[in-house]
Design a protein. Structure first.
Length: 178
């Protein structure tokens, strides 16, 4: 595990594969975070209590920086498809299993996942996206949008000017990112 500076990780956090984890600077990870995937966390990230990220070692969660994942959120990078083509379950021999849905989940800079929201495999939260509490995200998004519902749909634009101005004060380079 590679960890930057000014990082707070609660003692009840669990990384199933710590050798596949990279954490940037100024990161806080609260009570009960559980991760079974590869994990890349940038700077200025907060992961609240009882968040989980599941999917196995072949997939990853990328959190680029200036992000929040709020309490109880679920990030799913791989899951059974449950389509009747085989038996569901990771302990079932591969030749008897059904199909999986797998894909990295990417949170670009300034994107946020609300309380008890669910993000499915392959989802991309573009720069500045907010996925509201209790929503279900499938697929891609547009920058600086608020997404709400099940499935989540775009509901309005986020005004990014003040967010970017404040990030620049913390050393953010708009041309290069973090």
């Amino acid at each position: 595990m590679k960890i930057g500076t000014d990082v707070i990780i609660d003692e009840f956090t669990r990384f199933k594969r710590p050798e596949l984890v990279t954490i940037g600077n100024r990161v806080a990870i609260d009570y009960g975070f559980y991760c079974t995937t590869q994990l890349e966390i940038g700077d200025y990230v907060h992961i609240s209590a009882y968040v989980s990220c599941i999917g196995g070692k072949e997939v990853k969660l990328v959190v680029k920086g200036f992000n929040n994942i709020m309490a109880g959120a679920r990030i799913i990078c791989s899951t059974d498809r449950f389509d009747g083509r085989g038996i569901a379950g990771i302990l079932v021999p591969k030749e008897l299993r059904g199909r999986f849905i797998s894909g990295d989940v990417v949170m670009e800079e300034f994107s946020n996942v609300g309380t008890n929201a669910i993000v499915l495999p392959g989802a991309i939260l573009r720069r500045g996206v907010l996925l509201t509490a209790g929503s279900l995200l499938i697929g891609d998004t547009r920058e600086w949008g608020v997404y709400k519902g099940n499935p989540a749909i775009w509901v309005r634009r986020v005004k990014e000017k003040q967010i970017i101005e404040n990030a620049i004060k913390l050393g953010y380079d708009e041309e290069k990112g973090l």
